[in-house]
Structure formats: structure tokens, C-alpha cells
Design a protein around this ligand. Structure first.
Ligand code: RM4
Ligand code: MN
Ligand code: MN
Length: 396
């Protein structure tokens, strides 16, 4: 008979699905340049193919987030091709991400731009994305707005709030029932003085203003140092306003490193808040878990497998907190014992538990090893190498 806490870990693992980002398989970089990888994906077909490798080795990643401008450059016309690839590789399209940061016209902002014509262009793009999401049967449309300004006094911050409210209300009106609008926040970069949606409070208020199908998206890398992210998660859970996560880790800013590589206890504490909430309420929180990492040194597919495995290990650890006991200890303010209950779960090495769970599902016990032994990386390195060697890495 399995131990009660191990049983909880297995049940949690059964539920955990993690969406992969298409852009996480492509050559990406820092603002100083890219380090090109021979095996990186360039086409949407290659991104689906790579995502399928992560899914087949982990069994946990049935969907792929798409960035419309990069993955569906012809908009709705590309929906048929995405459907074909989804069938071919056994991975469904996931959240649909508008691109509000790359085009020249967005130099001074998208939905927050003082120029009404540019606000309209931005709005039209997001409305197109809602249409694409509908055509692909995707639930979530997840815009991240780079909008902001670089110097004090150069923009009217209040005016821009009103522009965002107006734009998001209109986007919300176009959502079909069941669809969701996820509003992501980020404190700085690319804007260095003010960012229009800089933190969870701003995202929360805008989501409330937009309507009942709008929720907040928490990207773990989008916080200042020392921010208590699990407290933000607790507030959003309490108000039923958490829509999803973008998983990655960071040491300094939005570093986009693999999950838990710098601070696994942070990730554990976030998962703990979610598990504790679900235990108290007796129902699952409706949260889309997605990866958003795109750093440029680790092999793309291996980095993704690492992140998924780390998420599973830490999710399992947080599931192994003895909730009944912890609730009692919190109630009696038994500080040391409460903390030790949490820490005890954190220090449980769940790798063998996750391995057994994988085997019970007919999955490889060690996904990274299984991927390495598959020969896929060698094959795509040969096939894609020549094209990638011609890719531009230039910053200026
Ligand atoms: C942003 C943000 C968005 C992602 C882009 C590529 O920093 O995290 O979610 O789509 O990067
Ligand atoms: Mn993100
Ligand atoms: Mn980011």
C-alpha cells in the first residue's frame, strides 16, 4: 500500500499539465545578440515536432502556446496548417499570444499609445487573435504589453490607463463563452521608467474592468527582487483571479532561465499555496500552467524537459505537505512545527516518486535520458544545421 502522502503526490501529478512555448524552441537571445544553435527550430512545423518530443518523454505537455506573429504570420489563413501539424504531432495548440512589442509602430506603445490609429492597429491584432483562438478551439488569449515610457514626464500615465481600459473592454466583448483573456504584468523592460501594466494590482484592476472572463497571468520572472510571489498567488486565488502562470526562473530581471534553477524553494512555495487552497476548498483551481523560457545557451529541448521535470518534482513535493496537520499548527500558532511541516515536504526527494509514477503511466522513468537515447537531437542537428549556421546573431 502506498503511503498517504505519496498517494497525494501521484494524484497531483495526474492533474499537472504544462503548456510549452513555441518560441522556447527557436533561436533567441539577449539584447546583445543570439548564440545560434544548430538544432533550434525555425518553422512552426519544427516547433510542433520539438514540443512533441517533450510531450512524449514527459507525458505532461499536450499543448503548445503560439505567438501569432511568429507562428501564424498570415493570421487566420494559417489555421489550417496549425491544425494539420497538431494532428501530425499529437500536440494541440494552446494559448494564443498576440505580439504587441515587435512592430515599429509600437515604439511608443500599443493599446496605450497616444496615437489613436496605432491603438486601433493593436486592437485589431488582438481581435484577430481572439478569432484565431476560436478557430483553433483554444481557450486563452494571452497578451503581454510592453507599453510604457523611458523618461519622467514624457507620457500621461493616467490617460494611458484609460486607453487600456477601453481597449481591453472591447477585446473582452469579442470573447466567446468559455474563452479567457489573460493579462500579464511585468515591472520593467523594455520600458525603463514606467510600464503601463507593471504589477499584479494593475493587471487585476484592468482584468476587473475588462469583464468576468479576464484573469491575471503570473510570469514568475516578472517581479522585483525579494517580491513575495506566493503572497500574490494567495491573493489572486482568494479573489478567483488567477488565470495562469508563465514558468521560468531569474536571478536578476526577466532572465528566462529554466524553472527552479536559481530558487526551487520559491517555486515550491507557490505550488504550496495552490495545493493548500485546493485542499481547503476541495476543488481544483482553474490555472493554465505554461512555460515561458527562452534563454540561449542550453539545448532548447533538453532545457524544456528539465523545466517540466522540475515542475513535476516541486509540484509533487508541495502536494506532500500534510495539510491537515499544517492547518492545525497554523491555527495554534505553533511556528516551528508549522514551518518544519512545510520544510519537511520541501526536503523530500520526490525524484523516485515521480519516476515510479511515470513508469505506471508507461512513460520513460528518466525523460532526459530517453530523449538523449532517441537520436532525435542528432537527426535535427543534421537537418537544421546548415540553415541555422546562416542565421543572423547580430545585435547592431
Ligand atoms: C515577455 C513576456 C511574454 C513573452 C515575451 C516573449 O517578457 O514574458 O509573456 O511572450 O516575453
Ligand atoms: Mn511571459
Ligand atoms: Mn518575460
Amino acid at each position: 500500500m502506498k503511503d498517504r502522502l505519496v498517494e497525494k503526490a501521484w494524484q497531483a501529478l495526474d492533474k499537472l499539465k504544462i503548456e510549452l512555448p513555441s518560441w522556447g524552441f527557436a533561436n533567441t537571445g539577449t539584447r546583445f545578440g543570439k548564440f545560434i544553435q544548430a538544432a533550434a527550430a525555425t518553422t512552426i512545423e519544427e516547433k510542433f515536432s520539438d514540443a512533441a518530443q517533450v510531450h512524449s518523454s514527459t507525458g505532461a505537455c499536450p499543448t503548445l502556446a503560439l505567438h501569432v506573429q511568429w507562428d501564424l504570420p498570415n493570421g487566420l489563413k494559417d489555421v489550417g496548417e496549425v491544425e494539420r501539424l497538431s494532428q501530425k504531432f499529437g500536440v494541440r495548440p494552446g494559448s494564443i499570444n498576440p505580439n504587441m512589442f515587435q512592430n515599429q509602430e509600437y515604439k511608443y506603445g500599443s493599446l496605450g499609445n497616444p496615437d489613436p490609429a496605432i491603438r486601433k492597429t493593436a486592437l485589431r491584432h488582438i481581435l484577430d487573435c481572439v478569432g484565431i483562438a476560436e478557430a483553433l478551439h483554444c481557450r486563452d488569449v494571452a497578451p503581454w504589453f510592453a507599453d510604457g515610457s523611458n523618461y519622467p514626464g514624457t507620457q500621461n500615465m493616467r490617460q494611458r490607463i484609460a486607453y487600456f481600459e477601453e481597449g481591453l473592454r472591447e477585446i473582452h466583448r469579442s470573447l466567446k463563452s468559455g474563452q479567457r483573456l489573460l493579462i500579464e504584468y511585468k515591472p520593467f523592460e523594455p520600458a525603463f521608467y514606467h510600464t503601463d501594466i507593471a504589477d499584479w494590482g494593475m493587471a487585476y484592476l484592468l482584468a476587473k474592468e475588462a469583464g468576468p472572463q479576464a484573469f491575471v497571468l503570473v510570469d514568475t520572472g516578472h517581479h522585483y527582487q525579494a517580491q513575495n510571489i506566493e503572497q500574490i498567488v494567495a491573493w489572486l486565488l482568494h479573489h478567483k483571479m488567477i488565470g495562469g502562470f508563465h514558468f521560468n526562473d531569474r536571478r536578476y530581471a526577466d532572465d528566462d532561465l529554466t524553472l527552479g534553477s536559481i530558487d526551487p524553494y520559491q517555486v515550491f512555495r507557490i505550488f504550496h499555496e495552490i495545493h493548500m487552497f485546493e485542499w481547503e476548498k476541495g476543488t481544483a483551481a482553474d490555472i493554465a500552467y505554461m512555460v515561458d523560457q527562452s534563454h540561449n545557451l542550453k539545448g532548447k529541448i533538453e532545457a524544456m524537459i528539465q523545466t517540466v521535470c522540475t515542475a513535476q518534482e516541486l509540484y509533487a513535493r508541495a502536494a506532500m505537505v500534510d495539510h491537515e496537520r499544517l492547518a492545525g499548527l497554523q491555527q495554534s500558532c505553533s511556528l516551528v512545527d508549522a514551518e518544519e511541516t512545510l520544510r519537511g515536504a520541501f526536503w523530500t526527494d520526490t525524484r523516485s516518486i515521480v519516476k515510479e509514477w511515470r513508469k505506471s503511466k508507461g512513460l520513460p522513468g528518466n525523460p532526459l535520458l530517453a530523449f538523449r537515447e532517441s537520436g532525435y537531437l542528432e537527426r535535427v542537428t543534421r537537418e537544421r544545421g546548415a540553415r541555422n549556421s546562416g542565421a543572423s546573431a547580430s545585435y547592431a
